[in-house]
Design a binder for this molecule. Structure first.
Ligand SMILES: [Zn+2]
Length: 138
């Protein structure tokens, strides 16, 4: 959304700062790996991510170490940085291929599933740059 509004530089510490609290960024939302629901979850942080945290460790392992061992924060930081780099690469490619509005629609659909869950401020902000999240996808 920020890219659509013209921003091209972001808080460089966000992926690592949020990782220190056990939060992993994914296309379908943030996972709080401190939550007990991950103690028996043997999937990677994010399916399809090729970072070392996702290819070598499970959510269950990260649950056990994320708030206790420094390595937990390091692994989530590696994943979050990979996620953010991948996201920006996808944004850049969609702009170059002249399909950025469609990318935004898919990004929001993956993140929120239901249009009714889209934050009103985000809908209004994107509408100001002629991206209407509420109307049917193109
Ligand atoms: Zn990963």
């Amino acid at each position: 959304m920020c890219v659509a509004l013209g921003v091209d530089m972001f808080d460089c510490v966000f992926p690592t700062r949020t990782a220190r609290f056990g939060n992993a960024l994914t296309a379908t939302g943030t996972l709080c790996l401190r939550q007990a629901k991950y103690k028996d979850d043997f999937r990677p942080i994010e399916e399809g991510c090729d970072c070392i945290a996702c290819t070598s460790y499970t959510r269950a392992y990260l649950y056990t170490v994320v708030t206790k061992e420094t390595v937990g924060c390091h692994l989530v930081s590696i994943h979050n940085t990979a996620y953010q780099l991948r996201l920006m690469r996808q944004v850049r490619e969609s702009i170059l291929e002249d399909r950025f509005p469609q990318f935004i629609h898919k990004f929001f659909k993956d993140l929120f599933v239901e249009k009714s869950a889209y934050p009103e401020w985000a809908v209004n902000a994107l509408r100001s740059v002629n991206v209407d999240l509420v109307k049917a996808e193109e």
